[in-house]
Ligand binder design. Structure first.
Ligand code: 13P
Ligand code: SF4
Length: 313
């Protein structure tokens, strides 16, 4: 009875996904989803990926409409790169707590307090913060971006953990902004010890947004898509995943013979879980929930994002 119900609801979800995909085609839309999105949203998307892959795709697509299933800064980045396209965020209230830890005004004050130096800004930031920055980076390319700058001293915003990780990997002097991702900050060494004790054969993969003491314990440090690539070619059969739990869906889907365990059950980003199939259908049907960055902010922000993309890192 229970199994029949589960099969029926799985079939219903598949039918809804097909219906929304067909609507997307009629609207000449591309649906992009971040690796942390709920399983049904990832299954619906034309492309899933990490922040770097999604920004590249947003820059290249010739679709008229981009439906961005992620959080607000991601839709803004797509709008920065594709000003003539309609960028829709199915839930406008899906924000990022880390991006909210820095404003253009507070960054202006910080820049004024330091000698002249480049400002490297994580893409997890608002468009007006990007507009004040020299270059953007993601968790996948931060080391290459920092190394590509001729300066040996710089400010990296807003993630203090990413900044410390980049400083350790490059040996450069990096001024830190005290921002962080609460979802990754949750993870403590005791959680990792507990997970390792329960799964002694498993490799531990950590995202650079985790605290430095967690990164010291990791077998591999990678962005979400970096973890997907690593697992695909790894000899190990079991993995403890130190990032938001949404990543377990694509990991399990792509590697049905391997086993994945969350490093902590608390690693869930509420904002990444807001979008449902109804929201995507509604915004595609009505072409609502547009995110558009005004030109005076878009143009300087574009320079910082394009400089990162041009590095091909
Ligand atoms: P990546 O997918 O680029 O690793 O990003 C992690 C993240 O926290 C996005 O909000
Ligand atoms: Fe922001 Fe963290 Fe959520 Fe990513 S997981 S959107 S960095 S709060």
């Amino acid at each position: 009875m229970q199994a029949e119900q589960t099969r029926r609801s799985a079939r219903e979800i598949d039918q809804r996904i097909e219906k929304i995909k067909a609507l997307g085609k009629r609207r000449n839309a591309i649906i992009l989803a971040h690796n942390y999105q709920p399983p049904e949203i990832q299954d619906l998307a034309d492309l899933c990926g990490d922040s770097l892959e999604l920004s590249r795709k947003a820059a290249q697509t010739d679709a008229a409409v981009i439906v961005f299933c992620g959080v607000h800064f991601m839709a803004e980045t797509a709008s920065i790169l594709s000003p003539r396209k309609k960028v829709l965020l199915p839930r406008l209230d899906a924000g990022c707590l880390m991006a909210d830890m820095i404003t253009a005004e507070s960054l202006r004050h910080k820049i004024a307090s330091l000698p002249p130096m480049p400002v490297v800004t994580y893409v997890n930031s608002t468009a007006d913060v990007k507009a004040l920055s020299t270059v953007c980076c993601t968790s996948a390319n931060v080391v290459q971006v920092v190394n590509s700058l001729s300066a040996d001293e710089m400010l990296l915003t807003p993630d203090r953990n990413l900044a410390r990780y980049a400083a350790a990997r490059t040996g450069k002097k990096i001024h830190i902004w005290e921002g962080y991702c609460p979802t990754h900050e949750w993870l403590k060494p005791a959680d990792v010890a507990e997970a390792r004790a329960a799964h002694p054969q498993a490799a531990f993969l950590a995202h650079p947004e985790c605290r430095p003491e967690i990164l010291e314990l990791a077998d591999v440090i990678a962005s979400t898509s970096g973890m997907l690539r690593h697992v695909a070619q790894a000899r190990e059969r079991e993995f403890i995943i130190g990032t938001e739990q949404g990543l377990l869906h694509p990991l399990q889907k792509a590697n049905p013979d391997k086993r994945f365990y969350p490093a902590s059950r608390k690693m869930i980003c509420k904002n990444m879980k807001k979008i449902g199939l109804d929201d995507v259908e509604h915004c595609l049907e009505n072409l609502t929930n547009e995110v558009k960055v005004p030109e005076p902010i878009r143009l300087p922000a574009l320079k910082a994002v394009e400089r990162m993309i041009a590095m091909n890192a």
